[in-house]
Design a protein around this ligand. Structure first.
Ligand SMILES: C=CC1=C(C)c2cc3[nH]c(cc4nc(cc5[nH]c(cc1n2)c(C)c5CCC(=O)O)C(CCC(=O)O)=C4C)c(C)c3C=C
Ligand SMILES: [Fe+2]
Ligand SMILES: [Fe+2]
Length: 364
């Protein structure tokens, strides 16, 4: 019996095409109730996000959340939507392009950068399949969350593992689990705040607002709370601020259970009542501006602080496309790719791969 070509030459060339995959949370396709419903259904059906036993949660989701929340959330999304779409998606796409530019300059053409959304589009499985078809046999997963939480990074990891499960010959995989204490990330945040001070003068107080998670996840061993506090301390030290001038708080509470405290609403009221004059606010746990930063903090949070008696509310945007942040990502990625052969592939091998990808595309 004869086999089809069992060992095509390119499989034995010691060259790899490496794919860096950025994954962020996801966003609806439009700021409408119709688009919000499938997005929220997918998001809130994730067992990493909602840990309530299924039959009970399924009832709550279908009877109390999906009939009402899509309309309310759509109204909020409408306030931050841009002509090109959701800010979170736009920033993620630009971050991927910039990272590709930086890594390509350093490592050559055979490094690809893809981006996907955990919920909604572009879906993780589709992007991974595309990267594989383009010849990536090594994938570096970079979830776009500096602090690890099971509900964010853990869920992105699950989704990638699920996609690889369906592949007969999956790529090799490495994961950047977190970068909450990465010096270049801390410095990118400090640089952002210093530039804001240079333009607007120093604030009287700095509020660091992180996305919250349910309190019980901390008791069960999720490192998220500790990682947020560590980021906060390192940033405060980098800026040379005393502890009494910095507050760390948690936002975006969902549902009736206790979440990590202090809640940002309470901190904003307290700072307002204390007659803080200039309040600087930044969200270090979000690397891209999104609903939670632009609407919940920069709009709602501002109103809360001012109506409690605060002076001036100064929102500092997320790292988004800042050069020091993209350089931080490139540094992280390069470190995690160590040991992978990054020699430039032979042009003949690239051509073979291109033909193979084309054939695979034609088959699919
Ligand atoms: C920064 C990391 C995030 C963690 C951890 C996280 C946990 C978490 N979130 C919800 C519920 C919702 N979050 C929503 C929006 C949202 N969440 C994050 C990030 C984290 N969430 C981002 C970046 C966004 C914004 C997305 C955008 O399109 O701009 C929403 C949807 C909006 C709404 O209807 O309010 C929900 C719902 C839970 C329950 C949870 C942990 C258990
Ligand atoms: Fe969230
Ligand atoms: Fe929110």
């Amino acid at each position: 019996m004869s086999y089809p070509i069992a060992e095509p030459a390119f499989q034995h060339q010691n060259v790899a095409r490496v794919g860096v995959l950025l994954v962020n949370l996801g966003t609806p396709e439009a700021p409408t109730p119709k688009a919000l419903r499938p997005y929220l259904r997918q998001f809130l059906s994730d067992r990493r996000v909602i840990e309530i036993p299924r039959p009970v949660w399924w009832l709550i989701l279908n009877a109390f959340i999906l009939p009402f929340r899509p309309r309310k959330s759509a109204e909020k999304y409408a306030t931050i939507w841009t002509p090109e779409g959701s800010p979170l998606k736009l920033h993620t796409e630009k971050q991927a392009k910039l990272l590709k530019g930086l890594l390509g300059d350093r490592l050559g053409d055979h490094v690809m950068v893809g981006w996907a959304m955990r919920y909604g589009k572009p879906a993780v499985a589709d992007v991974l399949a595309e990267m594989k078809a383009k010849g990536c046999d090594r994938i570096l997963l970079l979830p776009m969350y500096p602090q690890y939480a099971a509900s964010s990074v853990g869920s992105a990891m699950d989704e990638v593992f699920r996609a690889l499960q369906g592949m007969r010959n999956p790529p090799e995989l490495r994961v950047i689990k977190h970068f909450h204490d990465e010096p270049a990330y801390i410095e990118a945040l400090a640089d952002k705040i210093r530039r804001h001070w240079a333009l607007n003068g120093r604030g009287d107080h700095l509020l660091l607002s992180f996305h919250g998670v349910p309190r019980f996840t901390l008791d069960k061993g999720d490192p998220y709370h500790c990682e947020c506090l560590k980021t906060g301390r390192l940033l405060r030290e980098a800026l040379g601020l005393p502890t009494e001038q910095v507050t760390v708080a948690f936002q975006s509470r969902f549902g009736k259970a206790e979440w990590l405290k202090p809640y940002v609403v309470d901190s904003l009221k307290k700072l307002g009542k204390a007659k803080v004059g200039k309040l600087d606010v930044i969200c270090p746990g979000f690397v891209a501006d999104c609903l939670e930063t632009l609407e919940e903090i920069a709009m709602e949070g501002k109103a809360t602080f001012l109506s409690a008696g605060g002076g001036e509310f100064r929102y500092i945007p997320c790292l988004n496309e800042d050069a020091p942040f993209i350089a931080a990502l490139a540094g992280l990625a390069e470190r995690h790719m160590q040991g992978w052969d990054l020699a430039k592939p032979d042009p003949a091998v690239l051509e073979q791969r291109r033909l193979q990808a084309k054939a695979a595309g034609a088959e699919a």
